[in-house]
Design a protein around this ligand. Structure first.
Ligand code: SF4
Length: 245
């Protein structure tokens, strides 16, 4: 997928506007209703009220996320396309490894994220030529090199806020009165599955509240950073058990 050379220098609204014009209904904003994602939803809806908005319901979301989903639906008068794990895959996952497999090892944690998040989104991707996510370079070391426009297989992955900092996000949310996920008021810096996300303490890294029991490795689910090396090999073997027909 090619794109004009000036596109990566576009400001966020300009980039969203370009993608909406270019791809129409084959473009979507993918969000878990965190602050960055909400900035994108707000911008995109102002540009095109019928823009597609996707989210992934892993089956392990906190109640506050469902409340937020309802707030966003009503505030913007939009539908939110909700992706869910394949029922057979999630049944095998729990049958083979138990409901809380993510506590047992890094590979099993990645397997859970793969079945509940990565694969549902991958299936939906066949309908899209481009999508936008709320990644920022300042969020973590793993995200330090996020590009505003990246080729992701046969489609474009846009991160319009890649070079924004937290202050810009907060300012935008306040100025535009954008709904904010209620868990931020409880000390959360990121929002994910209820069993794998906690509030952070002052001074902790932004993503310290994700999978905090893991001593090493990335704080990623696989949606944006693919596992590598031994972990990738272990994951492939585990996944084969779940997906083999
Ligand atoms: S965040 Fe936790 S519960 Fe959610 S998909 Fe990943 S491992 Fe599973």
């Amino acid at each position: 997928m090619n794109f004009p050379p000036d596109v990566p220098s576009f400001e966020p609204e300009q980039l969203l506007s370009w993608a909406i014009q270019q791809f129409g209904q084959r473009f979507a904003v993918v969000t878990s209703f965190q602050k960055e994602g909400m900035v994108l939803v707000h911008m995109a809806v102002q540009i095109f009220p019928k823009v597609r908005v996707l989210t992934i319901d892993t089956g392990r979301m906190p109640e506050e996320t469902y409340a937020m989903m309802e707030t966003v639906r009503q505030h913007y008068n939009i539908s939110i396309e909700t992706l869910t794990p394949d029922a057979t895959e999630s049944s095998r996952l729990v049958t083979l490894h138990g409901p809380n497999l993510f506590r047992q090892s890094g590979a099993l944690r990645k397997l859970c994220c793969e079945v509940r998040k990565v694969r549902p989104l991958a299936r939906k991707m066949t309908e899209l030529d481009a999508f936008a996510v709320g990644l920022r370079r300042g969020q973590s070391e793993e995200r330090a090199h996020v590009e505003k426009v990246a080729v992701d297989g046969p489609r474009l992955k846009l991160s319009p806020l890649a070079d924004w900092d937290e202050e810009q996000i907060e300012k935008y949310l306040t100025e535009h009165q954008v709904p904010v996920h209620p868990l931020y008021a409880q000390g959360y810096a990121t929002v994910g599955c209820h069993c794998c996300t906690r509030a952070i303490q002052p001074g902790e890294a932004l993503r310290a509240g994700r999978w905090w029991w893991e001593n090493e490795g990335d704080k990623e689910c696989g949606l944006h950073v693919t596992p590598k090396g031994q972990l990738k090999r272990e994951l492939d073997v585990l996944l084969e058990e779940i997906t083999a027909s």
